[in-house]
Design a protein around this ligand. Structure first.
Ligand code: SP5
Ligand code: ZN
Length: 358
């Protein structure tokens, strides 16, 4: 009998992650089916179990861990908006089954003025959510909170001595900033884990983001800090890809954080060779700067079959990326994107097998 690839790898998970049902996304004014579906987590859980990983319950953590990287305003908004939306009659009277923003306090609207926080519930959502694709419904908050708890539990396991742990987070997190959310993300699970690792004594933490999209939220959270490096390889936002406005190579960090942020945008169509060169360059940064622990924002949406990105990475490419990252030291892997249900499980298992050098 062969040993399963992931035998002994702890997987932090909560069934509450299934309770978030965005029921699609409003893209260019039309309500589409959307790809960030609960089945993603079911598929991943099945593949990881099949590969021999050890599923462990995400342990509830103090809200202080969320507030260490997010504002009270964002956290209370996410925790309460659904209940207030429903109570105010948007579902029963207006047939709006999900929270969707419609007005955004952009820099242009404000023109330098300080905005007044609106009383109207339907005007509040755009104060936090910067796109129309990141909907909130019944159960969303429980899932958002559970995903953060999964990331924190994986961090605890690595602090306790595991060489690697994986958090099966859903919804994903890397597009959520200190006071903002979007891109199917609500709270930044990877940043919450990275900050918790810092507070538990890790002096230098590196976040390596291999999701197909730039993790603008993680970048924003750590942009002025030297103690948490952020490196990301992603499809070039300038070529027409989310998050469009951020993720360029010139964004290198600010103040004490100057040089501790690195973006490697890739042309659409880039496959294993170009993508792995970029992953290796980020790993070289981490080696040069030193890191006590690495948090991987593990999106697998750069895969060829994925509907949300034009990159063309193979399962073997993911395995090799895992090998490169696993050689750096202890790793907390946090699930981000990845939307092709038939290949999703194999891609994550391949990456984690590489991490464990199996
Ligand atoms: C965590 C993560 O991977 N978030 C990525 C969000 C990017 N969403 C952009 C969606 C743009 C519209 N999608 C149309 C898909 C084709 N039907
Ligand atoms: Zn992504």
């Amino acid at each position: 009998m062969t040993t399963p690839d992931l035998a002994g790898l702890p997987v932090a998970w909560s069934a509450d992650c299934l309770r978030h049902e965005p029921a699609g996304e409003v893209w260019l004014g039309v309500w589409d089916a959307g790809t960030e579906v609960p089945e993603r987590a079911t598929v991943l859980l099945g593949a990881l179990t099949e590969a021999g990983a050890e599923v462990t319950d995400a342990r509830p953590h103090d809200p202080g861990a969320l507030l260490a990287v997010h504002t009270t305003g964002l956290v209370s908004h996410l925790a309460t908006i659904w209940t207030r939306w429903e109570a105010a009659g948007y579902v029963s009277e207006h047939q709006r089954s999900r929270v969707v923003p419609y007005i955004f306090p952009t820099a242009g609207l404000l023109a330098g003025m300080t905005p007044r926080f609106p009383e109207a519930v339907h005007a509040q959502a755009g104060g936090f959510c910067y796109d129309t694709m990141t909907l909130i419904g019944p159960g969303s908050w429980e899932a958002i909170r559970a995903a953060a708890d999964a990331a924190l539990t994986a961090a605890d396991l690595v602090l306790a001595g595991a060489r690697a742990a994986y958090a099966l987070c859903r919804p994903p997190g890397h597009h959520a900033g200190p006071a903002s959310h979007g891109g199917s993300c609500y709270l930044n699970n990877a940043a919450i884990a990275a900050q918790a690792l810092r507070e538990a004594g890790a002096e230098r933490v590196a976040v390596l983001d291999i999701d197909a999209h730039h993790g603008n939220g993680t970048q924003a959270i750590f942009y002025d800090r030297s103690d948490v490096y952020y490196g990301s390889v992603h499809v070039d936002p300038g070529a027409g890809w989310f998050p469009h406005y951020l993720g360029f190579a010139a964004e290198r960090g600010t103040g004490p954080g100057e040089g501790a942020n690195r973006n490697l945008p890739l042309a659409p169509g880039t496959g294993d060779d170009g993508w792995l060169d970029a992953v290796a360059a980020l790993c070289a940064d981490v080696r040069a700067r030193g890191a006590d622990v690495v948090v991987v924002s593990l999106g697998v949406d750069a895969a060829e079959a994925d509907p949300e990105s034009p990159l063309r990475v193979s399962a073997d490419g993911y395995r090799r990326a895992g090998e490169l990252i696993g050689a750096l030291g202890p790793v907390v892997a946090v699930q981000e994107g990845g939307y092709d249900l038939p290949s999703l499980g194999g891609l994550v298992v391949a990456t984690l097998s590489g991490l464990l050098n199996r």
